[in-house]
Design a binder for this molecule. Structure first.
Ligand code: TZP
Ligand code: MG
Length: 208
């Protein structure tokens, strides 16, 4: 399954609805500290939005819930179920993304057959607690060129404090795409901001 260039991380189905109407086709639901039943209800509502717009839904942290509701995938951090276990549980057709902050973690994810890697944080953000070391543009340049010199291609998506102005330089490092939360959800007009990101991403990846 094709990995989208723009992953939008939401906490509510309403955010997914606005972004999907504006053209986003990849939603990640990220909820922390929720009872399972509550989490499942929000996930099912978000899945209905995604199905309506033919967008993918990825559940953060929880492969059991992702399988339970029939989502398209799961995103796993360092403290979540190991990727091989999630693959055994969910099967080959399921999308599995893994978090990384360093090259060696990307290589492990690659060996385990992830579908994409979320690499970050790019810069400081209050959206996530207990941030790994900030990578900055130089961090992405170093890691992406190390991957290229190994002829290793797994889609890498940057994450953490990304703004519209960051997109051209980030995409020049060879990234596949970006994952965003506050840049869209905190915008005064989230639909317009979504369209600006989508436009900027297609401009940044035009090849001549
Ligand atoms: N993982 C690393 S940074 C981050 C996550 C989930 C938060 C991204 O959100 P924002 O608001 O785009 O910084
Ligand atoms: Mg996690």
């Amino acid at each position: 399954m094709k990995i989208s260039q723009l992953h939008y991380i939401v906490t509510q189905p309403e955010q997914a609805e606005i972004a999907c109407r504006a053209g986003v086709d990849w939603i990640q639901l990220r909820l922390k500290n929720r009872p399972y039943a509550d989490w499942k209800a929000v996930a099912q509502d978000t899945l209905a939005v995604c199905r309506h717009h033919n967008a993918r839904l990825i559940i953060n942290d929880n492969p059991i819930l992702a399988g339970d509701i029939g989502a398209d995938g799961v995103h796993l951090g360092q403290d979540d179920m190991p990727v091989p276990d999630a693959r055994a549980l969910l099967g080959d057709g399921f999308l599995i993304g893994g978090t990384a902050n360093r090259l060696d973690t990307i290589l492990t994810h690659y060996r385990h057959g992830v579908d994409y890697v979320g690499l970050g944080p790019f810069r400081f953000t209050t959206t996530k607690e207990k941030l790994s070391p900030i990578l900055g543009l130089a961090g992405y340049q170093a890691i992406l060129s190390a991957l290229q010199s190994r002829f290793l291609s797994v889609p890498i998506v940057a994450i953490g404090g990304i703004t519209l102005a960051d997109v051209p330089a980030l995409m020049q490092t060879g990234l596949h795409g970006i994952a965003l939360s506050s840049a869209i959800s905190g915008a005064s007009d989230p639909a317009r901001q979504t369209r600006l990101f989508l436009d900027q991403l297609s401009l940044s990846t035009l090849s001549f």
